[in-house]
Each structure stands twice: as structure tokens, then as C-alpha cells.
Design a protein around this ligand. Structure first.
Ligand code: AMP
Ligand code: ZN
Ligand code: FE
Ligand code: FE
Length: 281
């Protein structure tokens, strides 16, 4: 199994990098990428654990871009986690995440829900390489008894259109593709079925995105077939993965629960090595 989309405690996942790799190996994953939101903090530990477990590791990331007020999740693969330019850019993205969580906590207070922003942000305040996000607020809402589950927290308060939602400030998709390329990586539009802006995909292709994530936990067989066809028409490669967060309320239930076919992975390897003679089918 090839799983190119997973999260750890470096962002909103529940497993440490070592726990994630242990679970992936047990599930039969042979190629794993860790794609935390706006941080590469887990890549070092995950690479080491994969080396010990004989799992191929692909350094990855999921960067949140924003266009017309809509979040566009962009996956990056084979990036250099040590890239100083990438690290500086991600530090800005994470600072905007901290500000947004504070703004949303303040918004909740206007509805009589008083949460401790510093407590929610404690892991990221203690370690600037960790990436905060709405799931951390969702967990605080559950812990304080305001909602029963993180999903309910999103549905009642945190999702777009709900009372505590505040639009994010983030780089536009074109800039994110360029940043990923600058760090030596390939860029893929994450879960286009959840993005639900198919009309934007040709523009992303013009802006040199490399791939679409056709295989994803939230894509049914019809959606997967649809995005495979779109990738073909736009001459893009294909990526895929479980989006495992170690959390029942979101993403795949196990690493490897969604797997990228080997041929699609091999094409990414070819693209990465820059051999354009084999990049179209
Ligand atoms: P943020 O990074 O702050 O925009 O938060 C988005 C993250 O929240 C996503 O990457 C998911 O992991 C998580 N998420 C989104 N929608 C839901 C939901 N309905 N229930 C639980 N988690 C969600
Ligand atoms: Zn997430
Ligand atoms: Fe995502
Ligand atoms: Fe994800």
C-alpha cells in the first residue's frame, strides 16, 4: 500500500510520527508520506522511523492556500524539509494560524463560550514548528462539554458559514505551487472533491501544479473516476492517500485505508527526476 496523505501531532493528527509509522507498517503500508498542515516538523522523526521499519518515506506537506476566501489545500511531495525559503514561508503561515485561532476563540466568547486561547495553543507556543488549527478549538469545545464530538464543533461553530468561522489569510495557490517547486517538490491539489471548485483546476494546471489527489477517503468511486479523468485531460499526475489523522471524526480510519496505485506513484518518481519524456501516458 502507498499512502501519501497522513497527519501527526505536528499539526492536527493524534499520533506522533513514530506511532504513525508503527501503525502504517502494521497496516501493510510500503510507501508513506507525512503531510502535516503548514509544517515539516514531523519529517525527520518519520523518516527515521520509516528507515527502521523498512517503509519508503516521502517528505511531504499539506499547505493551506486561499483563493477568493476559499481554502485550497495543496500537497507537496519530495520537498527538501531543510529548505530555508520553505521554512520561512511556513513560519508565516503558522503565525497566521495562531492569529486565526485567537480570533475564533474571541468570536466564541461573544456567544458566551469562554475558552482559554493560550491553553489551546500551548503546543504551538511551546514549539513554533507545530501548526495550530481549528481541530484544536474543536477538541477544547468537546473537553468543555459544549459539543459531543469534533465534527459537531465544526458543524455548529467552526465551519464556513457557522458563527465562529473567520476566513483565513494565506498565500494564493499559485504562490504555494511555486514555493513547493522552489523547495524541489511536486505540488498536488488535495481532495478536489472536497474543494468542489472543478472550474479552478485548469487554472491551477496553467500555474504548473503537477497533480490532482484523485484517491482520497472522502472520494467515492465516482469522484475518483472523475478526477482521474480530469487529471488525464489536464495532463496532470495523480496522488492519493488516507488523510489519516488518528481521529474518528476526520480522515481515514487507518494509514493505508486509501492507497495510490503503484503506476501512479512511479509516474511521480519520473516527474520528480525531471524526465519529461515519460510524463504523459
Ligand atoms: P484549519 O487547518 O484550521 O483550516 O482546519 C481544517 C482541518 O480541520 C482539516 O484539515 C481537518 O483535519 C479538520 N476538519 C475539517 N472539517 C472537519 C469536520 N467536519 N470534523 C472534524 N474535523 C474537520
Ligand atoms: Zn487536518
Ligand atoms: Fe486537507
Ligand atoms: Fe490532510
Amino acid at each position: 500500500m502507498i499512502d501519501l496523505h497522513t497527519h501527526t501531532t505536528a499539526s492536527d493528527g493524534r499520533c506522533t510520527p513514530v506511532e504513525l509509522v508503527t501503525r502504517a507498517r502494521r497496516a501493510g503500508v510500503t510507501v508513506l508520506s507525512v503531510t502535516d498542515h503548514d509544517t515539516v516538523a514531523a519529517c525527520g522523526a518519520a523518516a527515521a522511523a520509516c528507515g527502521a521499519a523498512r517503509v519508503d518515506f516521502v517528505p511531504g506537506i499539506e499547505i493551506t492556500a486561499a483563493q477568493d476566501g476559499v481554502d485550497v489545500h495543496v500537497l507537496g511531495y519530495f520537498i527538501d524539509p531543510e529548505s530555508a525559503e520553505l521554512r520561512a514561508f511556513l513560519a508565516e503561515q503558522r503565525q497566521r494560524r495562531l492569529d486565526r485561532v485567537r480570533d475564533m476563540v474571541a468570536r466564541l466568547a461573544t456567544f458566551g463560550i469562554h475558552l482559554d486561547a493560550d491553553g489551546i495553543l500551548a503546543p504551538a507556543l511551546a514549539d513554533g514548528s507545530k501548526s495550530a488549527g481549528r481541530p484544536w478549538i474543536a477538541r477544547a469545545l468537546v473537553a468543555a462539554g459544549h459539543v459531543a464530538t469534533p465534527s459537531e464543533a465544526f458543524e455548529r461553530w467552526l465551519s464556513r458559514g457557522r458563527p465562529a468561522f473567520i476566513a483565513r489569510r494565506a498565500a494564493p495557490p499559485d504562490e504555494v505551487f511555486a514555493r513547493i517547486h522552489e523547495a524541489g517538490g511536486l505540488a498536488s491539489v488535495a481532495h478536489p472533491g472536497l474543494l468542489a471548485r472543478d472550474e479552478w483546476l485548469p487554472r491551477f494546471a496553467d500555474a504548473h501544479v503537477d497533480a490532482l489527489e484523485a484517491y482520497h477517503t472522502e472520494h467515492d468511486a465516482g469522484a475518483t473516476a472523475h478526477y482521474l479523468a480530469m487529471a488525464g485531460a489536464l495532463r496532470l499526475a495523480v496522488t492519493g492517500g488516507s488523510d489519516f489523522h488518528g481521529d474518528e471524526s476526520h480522515g481515514g480510519l487507518s494509514p493505508g485505508s486509501v492507497s495510490l496505485p503503484r503506476e501512479a506513484y512511479d509516474r511521480l518518481i519520473v516527474l520528480k527526476s525531471g524526465d519529461t519524456s515519460q510524463t504523459t501516458p
